[in-house]
Each structure stands twice: as C-alpha cells, then as structure tokens.
Ligand binder design. Sequence first.
Ligand SMILES: [Zn+2]
Length: 424
Amino acid sequence: MSNYVFVIDPDKQPCNPVHPAKAQLLLNQKKAAVFRRYPFTIILNEKQKDVEANPLTLKIDLGSQTTGIAILNGENVVWGAELAHRGQQIKSDLESRRAIRRNRRNRKTRYRPARFLNRKREKGWLAPSLQHRVDTTLTWIKKLIRYCPVTNIVQELVRFDLQKMENPEISGIEYQQGELQGYEVREYLLEKWNRQCAYCGAKNIPLQIEHIHPKSKGGTNRISNLCITCEPCNLAKGTQDIKDFLSGKPSILKRVLSQAKSPLKDAAAVNSTRWALLNALKSIGLPISTGSGGQTKFNRTRLNLPKTHWIDAACVGTIESLRIITKQPLLIKATGHGCRQMCRTDKFGFPSRYVPRLKFIKGFQTGDIVKAIVTSGKKIGTYVGRVAVRCSGSFNISTPQLIQGIGHKYCRAIHRKDGYSYSF
Ligand SMILES: [Zn+2]
C-alpha cells in the first residue's frame, strides 16, 4: 500500500493523514479536492468538527547521498520518503566554474594582486555541497509540517560513537581500551572498507578485523592499522608482513596502504551536517530528540526490517515495535532549478548555441509535470510526465518513453516544477 494521504482543511491547517482508500472516497464524493500532487495532499470542502489531531512523529536520518524521512502515528509508519541529494553535482559545477575562471584570468593577463588567504569563513560554515543537504532536508521538513500535524521530531544525530568520532585516526584512540567500543569500531571499519574484504574483495560473507602490520611484529591497535578481511585471507596472511603477503599484487598493496591511512571522510561530513540540521530545526519550535546510529541499527536488526533509508529513519530513537503500513515510499530527487548559462560552447570552447531566454512557453516551463489528453492526430492518448517546452509550442513529454510533438493546448500542469523529481 502506498503512503497515507495528507489532508488540510479549508483554512489550510493540517488534519490527520488518511488511508488512500478514504482519500479516494472523499474525492469521489466531492468532499475534497486534490491540493498538491507531491506529496499527495487533499483539501477538504468543510471544516472537520470534533476531530482530535493524532500526535505524529517525524523522524529523520540524514545521510551523505540520501536522507530518509518517516512519519509515525504511535508505532505505525504511515508515510515514508527518501530524499536524494545533489551534492556531487554541486561540487562538480563549482569546480568547473573555478576552472573556467582560472583559465580566463590566465588568458587575460592583467595584473591582479594576490587575493588568497584574505577571506573569512563564518563560524559553522559548511561546503556548498554539504550546506545543500541541510537546506533541502529542512525545506522538506517544513513542507511536511505544513500538511501534516507533526508534534515532535526525532533525528539521528551521530553515526558512530560520540563527539570524538570526528577524526579517530588522528586523535589516536585505540580500540578495546579507548572510548570507542568494539561495536562502533567494527561498524566504522566496515563502512571504511566498503563492507568487503580488503585483500580479495569478497562481499556478503562474515568479515573479520585484521591487523595490517601484524601485532606480533609490533603493530598497534590503532584504527589506521586495522582493516576488514574474509576468514580465508585472514588465515592465509597469518603473521606475515603485508608487503610479503601482497608481494605479487602491487596494485592491491598500494590501495590497502593508502586506504588505511585515509580516515572515513563521509563520517565527519555527515556529522557536521547533522549538527547543522539540528541547530536549524530548533528554529521550527517543535520538541526535538536525537538518537545514535548504533541505536538505529540495533532497532532495525531486532525488528528484522530491511535496510532502506526511510525504514532506517523510522527506527531512529527509542522504539518498542514498528508497524510498517506503507510499502511505497515517495522517492524525491533534488534536481536543482537549472542554470543561468546564456550560451553553450562547442567542443573547441567557442560560443555556439544559445540557450533560449524564455523559460515559460505558453504558461509551461521545462520540468513541469503535465497530463496531456490528445484527442486528434497521430498521437491520440493520455500522457503523464515531465514536459520539455519548445518555443514552437510543440512539447516533448517524458513518460517512460519520450513522446515528442505534443501541442501545448492538450497539456494541463498537474505539478509545477519545484526543483525535485518524484517517483515511487
Ligand atoms: Zn578475502
């Protein structure tokens, strides 16, 4: 079954979400109308009387690629979503802009005084690709609160152990006796080595912690001296030196040694974005509680639930049990609002093709989701999908296939472009 449907009253105040069948009934009886397509929201014709709002909990698991969001009514998970970020896209866009500017300044050799190191960064500054994660997640939380009577928020705050996790390899915390418990170290190492054997790449088998420089020869318990291997590899290596063990495979040796030294980048970045989100959430004014990644995983394995981002979100914090009512989370992908580029270049870097100045053609813009009911001509039929506008007024609609040449007069917008794409 799909997500519950959000309901708002004529004053646009959020009411309790309803079962999709109930929403369909309300729509059929003309007691409500569709207010918004994504997330699916209906607006009632008349104000409800004597209906108490359920205390709903919004749970968030902010990740590096994807954020899981779940809405719970008690122990029932009634709504779920996964929000895919576009951090990588932002990073590469900024890098290409930097390259273009550098190139131009080099070509036009006017004198420029040295300007590096004269810029200040505000406290709490995050790289644009990370700030974007916080911003989009916050936007969605605010959006959900508008359509759904949320009374408290639960956020997963730390992925591994403690505040000190920022850089365990430099602060030299040793496992076993340090602040890091065995469980957290294992989780950290699994993440760092991509849950596969460092030496042979085997996956989905029991993995063991292995000392790169053997303990018997003076190797330490520091995290930078540990990796994850399968049992056969661990036994085969025994107390050999890594250089002897991998003497026949120089490329693997090089990779293992460099990967061992580099700390898990993602973990530090994820932690800083989570703190930033927590601070931003305080401005909403709802009670917020936090949980840790270990707790989430404990809940998920105890309840025997699959590992997806939105179910992880539902498992955040202290819970007794969960009933997953919805099976179809809304998949949201951040696509951005397009670029300001005025002109494209050919493969030699010369200006070649102009980007059309007009974004709106006949009231539509590229990215709107439209429904086209074509009643005459070769393309008779009904099409729903993302539209690409053309100046001629003859549009393309991407349903699973691309349908070209649909006249604008057949189109009706069902969801205006808002910087996200949606699927189930
Ligand atoms: Zn192996």
